[in-house]
Write a new protein. Structure first.
Length: 450
């Protein structure tokens, strides 16, 4: 085994007991395994290939969390409540679809996917509870940024040497292995780089985050994902509109785009050109077919849909205009509609609306208090969601664990921010409450909390 692989193996094995005694550390390791997939470097070794690394980290983390008298107040939030409702509906649609003769043929896949999303949501809840301080939230954001920052730095020499002639992919055997999924993840991460470059007190971290922000733009370009390009435009445009640093942001973005276009080969320009005669190519036709299939299935099963993983060849023969070419959903929204019906779609969008509502509320109150940290982090997570939702128009990643991680971060941020502001209020005077913005009230603190 190479030295690098041996060191990685020792670190992963050594982390397992540490996850029990330090559950927050376990949440960080689980995030690294989920996003960076470092264990893929060991896949040439059979034992490491079959070892369930995520489970090995999650189990001691959950046990340590349960035995450590955790602070559960973070879980008392509307974000968690709506996620529990969503999970409950997922469970109901799974039970119904697996007993329906039309959908029973993919019941094994349906239960597998239900188990997967249940694990993701469970770890999201645990993460929300473990993020019990703004410092921990900061560390967690840095770890996420570091996971994807590694891939951005790693890809840039490749882009220069090849002139952008080849597509960028994520790590093998991961949820971001596909170029489209990798572009989606980078769109969600570029706001992290941008806002960490503003909020970090360590200048070297600021410089590195700023560099990664610039390099991330051409990296997204050369995933060759048109959905990722649309998402990137939405994220950058939104940050330009709302950022106080727009005068700095404009030339940086212009430089990064200029570099990307300078290296862009003819194949990339042809693929991204919407005016070309063959703009609706095989990939575009596949999306249109998948959306038509999803809509037809939804109309036949409007309440509960067909359950997880219902995009099957058997059902394509019933609902698709092109039954000979079955494929995935190619859209977060059509995926939810087809698999969980209108109720599932409404609950899913309720979580989204709850998150955006939190960001606007946090920014509004943070401005009043002059709390730049909370304002920046609220905007950061807001644009992470923008990247997911816009790119998700063209990608079937409704159950992306990165998305649910951002929801967990927002739930923790809102709870921690209002606790801090309530404590600040109690230390000043009672008249302070009278000057709060209209429609804003602070939670009451117990004497023990104060």
């Amino acid at each position: 085994m190479p030295i690098k692989g041996a060191i990685l193996f020792v670190l992963l094995i050594g982390s397992i007991p540490a996850c029990f005694f330090r559950p927050f550390y376990g949440a960080l390791v689980w995030t690294i395994i989920a996003f960076a997939n470092p264990q893929s470097a060991l896949f040439y070794w059979t034992a490491a290939n079959t070892f369930p690394w995520a489970v090995a980290v999650a189990v001691p983390t959950l046990l340590g969390f349960a035995l450590s008298s955790p602070k559960l107040s973070n879980l008392v939030s509307k974000h968690v409540f709506f996620l529990i409702l969503l999970w409950g509906w997922f469970t109901l649609t799974t039970l119904i679809s697996t007993h329906d003769p039309v959908f029973a043929h993919h019941s094994a896949d349906t239960w597998y996917r239900w188990g997967f999303i249940s694990k993701v949501l469970l770890m999201a809840f645990v993460t929300t509870a473990l993020l019990d301080s703004l410092e921990r939230l900061r560390i967690f954001a840095l770890v996420i940024a570091g996971c994807f920052g590694y891939f951005v730095l790693k890809s840039f020499p490749f882009l220069i040497m090849t002139g952008g002639a080849f597509r960028l992919y994520g790590p093998e055997y991961s949820m971001i292995a596909d170029n489209n999924d990798f572009g989606l993840a980078l769109n969600m991460t570029i706001p992290l780089f941008f806002f960490l470059a503003q909020t970090e007190t360590n200048r070297w971290i600021r410089y590195l985050a700023g560099l990664l922000f610039v390099l991330c733009i051409p990296a997204i370009f050369f995933t060759y994902s048109r959905g990722a390009l649309v998402g990137l435009i939405a994220v950058l445009f939104g940050m330009l509109l709302l950022s106080k640093k727009r005068l700095v942001l404009i030339p940086v973005i212009a430089f990064a785009i200029g570099v990307a276009l300078l290296f862009a080969p003819a194949a990339w320009k042809h693929r991204m050109d919407p005016t070309r005669s063959d703009a609706i190519d095989g990939s575009a036709h596949a999306r249109l077919d998948a959306w038509s299939f999803a809509w037809s299935l939804f109309k036949d099963n409007p309440v509960v849909g067909g359950g997880f993983d219902t995009f099957t060849p058997e059902l394509f023969k019933m609902y698709s205009p092109n039954a000979s070419d079955p494929h995935g959903p190619h859209s977060v929204y059509f995926q939810i509609l087809a698999e969980h019906g209108c109720v599932g779609f409404a609950l899913y969008m309720l979580v989204v609306g709850c998150c955006f509502g939190s960001t606007f509320r946090l920014v509004r109150v943070a401005k009043f208090y002059g709390d730049d940290f909370v304002r920046s982090y609220a905007n950061m997570f807001r644009f992470c969601l923008v990247g997911f939702l816009v790119s998700g128009l063209f990608l079937g990643r409704a159950y992306f664990d990165y998305y649910f991680t951002i929801v967990a971060c927002l739930a923790a941020l809102e709870k921690l921010a209002f606790e801090r502001w309530a404590l600040l209020e109690s230390e000043e005077n009672e008249e302070f409450q009278l000057s709060l913005p209209i429609g804003i009230s602070l939670p009451q603190q117990s004497e023990e909390a104060l």
